[in-house]
Design a protein around this ligand. Structure first.
Ligand code: PGA
Length: 240
């Protein structure tokens, strides 16, 4: 398996843009066949991707901690699975900080993913204040504690909060050190993706590092040409 390159569209793109995106990425298949592609759109586009994306995998950006019922606006893991998702982003820092999700919520979401047969992409990462005050390790260990009863395969994404959407990336060495720490903590059982302002110019440096298995790409995944460039560059860097 080559590098895992996941697109996190967040709350972006309208339908016509999604049609164009899928069209362009479908055409790029021959070039990027060594990449494991995971596209995570807003929930309303899942079935569109299911019907028209000719390669790669589909993920969602969030699942409810509940399995079904009177939770207006919610999406259950079983629902997104039935619309084509195989993966689910869990614990993204925007969900933690904007929506106030706690480790208890994240644990419940992981349980829902497990029950529905979705592979979680668990996001962890420290704020700049936590990094500067030497709390990096304790923050990451606390965020990884939700995995204690997680029996199934999982992907981890290391996304330093200070690098998300800011244009400021962790250096390849900083990211590699963080990944090595995470991998050791989970007994090397999970691939670890880097996320935080990944683009076509910095992906080579990051994905050349030994402990970086792929990327979770936000802003730069919205433009199919740029995202294709990221996949093409990455496909040459990580071997099976
Ligand atoms: P970014 O977002 O690439 O825009 O920094 C990454 C993410 O939040 O997953």
């Amino acid at each position: 398996m080559g590098p895992i390159i996941a697109a996190n569209w967040k709350m972006n793109l309208v339908k016509d843009q999604v049609v164009d995106w899928i069209d362009k990425i479908n055409q790029s298949q021959a070039l990027e066949q060594d990449v494991s592609l995971i596209v995570c759109p807003a929930h309303c586009y899942l079935t569109m991707l299911q019907g028209s994306l000719t390669w790669g995998h589909i993920g969602c950006q969030h699942v409810s901690e509940h399995s079904e019922g009177a939770y207006t606006g919610g999406h259950s893991a079983a629902m997104v699975k039935s619309c084509g998702a195989e993966y689910a982003i869990v614990g993204h820092s925007e969900r933690r900080h904007i929506f106030g999700e706690t480790n208890a919520d994240i644990k419940a979401q992981l349980r829902q993913c497990h029950d529905a047969g979705l592979t979680p992409i668990l996001c962890v990462g420290e704020t700049i204040e936590q990094r500067q005050s030497g709390q990096f390790e304790s923050v990451i260990v606390d965020q990884l504690s939700v995995l204690s009863s997680q029996p199934n395969p999982i992907i981890i994404a290391y996304e330093p909060v200070w690098a998300i959407g800011t244009g400021e990336t962790a250096t390849p060495e900083q990211a590699n050190d963080a990944h090595a720490f995470i991998k050791q903590h989970v007994d090397n059982k999970s691939p670890v993706l880097y996320g935080g302002s990944v683009n076509a110019s910095n992906c080579e440096g990051l994905l050349s590092m030994p402990s970086i298995d792929g990327a979770l790409v936000g802003g730069a995944s919205l433009k199919p040409d740029v995202f294709s460039d990221i996949m093409r560059i990455s496909s040459t860097l990580i071997e099976a």
